[in-house]
Design a protein around this ligand. Structure first.
Ligand code: PLP
Length: 432
């Protein structure tokens, strides 16, 4: 029995499913989740001392690699001055300015502690600002675990094959219209029918919670035009993509060039560099509707926490163009290696990519995955043997086919070679 086996056995009597977040339980791939005790650079080390090359990167935040010296030093420095002040601090302004330099559409920002809080507040703000009640979301997009956005939500719900969550009232669910992703006609029909009731369309800037699905060319621009035309807001959820797919997030790769800006952005993950920070930001006119200037209430005991702000400031300060160039190149190299291993093993697949994010879908080479129905129709069963073969070789992949693979600036040649060397055996396992 390994230490992880023992720890999991104990944890199951302490926490539902032995975990504090469902996908960590290895439910869809089987086996015992590894209990981690250390994270440095591109590596995670488990309770048995096994060192893995990590392709989860804490589900996104570890853009610079784990325990980047500058981030750890900034956190130490902040901790020496106290953990939480319950008052405004200079560091909040520093992080706000760093975000605004990268994403000029953020004219005002509110720091919160999790991505879920950011999207929850954005939805309330959109309703308060427009005086309308309905929210449009796309099937397969995950925006956190707020009641109204859990229908057909991707991520853990896709992994557990749940259409939505128990505990969400019918009245709440009825205020969310769920549309197929990448389907302009469906959005036009929704606005034709309910246009004067739709407060906002919320979308992942590039979906990465049904596996990665790139928005079709011009799709986000279409969402921006359509919401504006109907007096609704566009909420671009960059919790996962923000400051990861490039300095200006996925908007920086698309909207900045195409000339559109959403009304509200949500951020999480990288913005906190591994500590619990997230944010929403956008047009000043809309953001000023938040308390204390406006009538939409939102607050947080630990919002703008000084230690988390320090981690975020250090992370964004060190997320240079070179960091993005490195991650982009590593991502392309890995996509090629995965594709050629699967080709050699005769495994039908598509590499799903958006910017430097990617995932693998099985049995989908004909058209790739364009929406949640495609994602769910794939040969998902091929992922478990692939995952376990990689794990045996010391590579820690996301324990679900519906999640993106994350790289970092610390994934050097040695780490990349370990991953690439492990692929042929995993591809053969997926073929079986
Ligand atoms: N939005 C997106 C696009 C996400 O990927 C996530 C989490 O994975 C969230 C929102 C929720 O963030 P959190 O888990 O910090 O609540």
């Amino acid at each position: 029995m390994t230490s992880s086996d023992e720890l999991f056995e104990r944890a199951r009597h302490l926490m539902p499913g032995g975990v504090n977040s469902p996908v960590r339980a290895f439910g869809s791939v089987g086996g015992t989740p590894r209990f981690m005790v250390d994270a440095h650079g591109p590596h995670l080390t488990d309770a048995d001392g096994v060192r893995y090359v990590d392709l989860v990167c804490s589900w996104g935040p570890a853009l610079l690699g784990h325990s980047h010296p500058a981030v750890i030093a900034a956190v130490h420095e902040a901790v020496d001055h106290g953990l939480s002040f319950g008052a405004s601090t200079p560091a909040e302004g520093r992080l706000a300015e760093l975000v605004m330099q990268r994403v000029p559409g953020v004219e005002r920002i509110r720091m919160v502690s999790t991505g879920t809080e950011a999207t929850m507040t954005a939805v309330r703000l959109a309703r308060g600002f427009t005086g309308r009640d309905l929210i449009v979301k796309f099937a397969g997009c995950y925006h956190g675990h707020l009641d109204g956005l859990l229908a057909a939500a991707g991520s853990g719900l896709a992994t557990l094959a749940l259409p939505g969550s128990a505990g969400v009232t019918a009245a709440t669910a009825a205020e969310t219209l769920v549309l197929p992703y990448n389907d302009e006609a469906a959005l036009e029909a929704a606005f034709a029918e309910h246009g004067d009731r739709i407060a906002a369309v919320i979308t992942e800037a590039a979906p990465a919670n049904m596996g990665v699905v790139a928005p079709a060319d011009g799709f986000n621009a279409f969402l921006s035009r359509t919401t504006t035309a109907h007096g609704a807001l566009l909420i671009l959820d960059e919790v996962l993509t923000g400051f990861r797919t490039g300095p200006g997030g996925y908007w920086g790769l698309t909207g900045a060039r195409e000339g559109w800006t959403p009304d509200l952005f949500t951020f999480g993950k990288v913005i906190g560099g591994g500590l619990p920070t997230a944010a929403l930001g956008g047009r000043a006119e809309v953001m000023e509707y938040l308390a204390p200037t406006g009538p939409v209430y939102q607050a947080g005991t630990l919002s703008g926490n000084p230690v988390a702000m320090a981690a975020g400031v250090a992370t964004l300060t060190h997320a240079t163009d070179d960091v993005y160039a490195h991650i982009d190149a590593a991502s392309l190299a890995l996509q090629d290696a995965v594709a050629s291993s699967l080709d050699s093993a005769g495994v039908d697949h598509s590499i799903q990519r958006a910017g430097n994010l990617f995932s693998v879908a099985f049995g989908t080479s004909r058209g790739g995955v364009r929406n949640y129905a495609d994602a769910q129709a794939q040969e998902a069963y091929r992922y478990a043997p692939f995952f376990h073969s990689m794990l045996e070789s010391g590579i820690y992949l996301p324990p679900s086919v519906f999640e993106a693979w994350f790289l970092s600036a610390a994934h050097d040649d040695e780490a990349m070679n370990r991953i690439i060397d492990a692929l042929p055996a995993a591809a053969s396992a997926a073929a079986a």
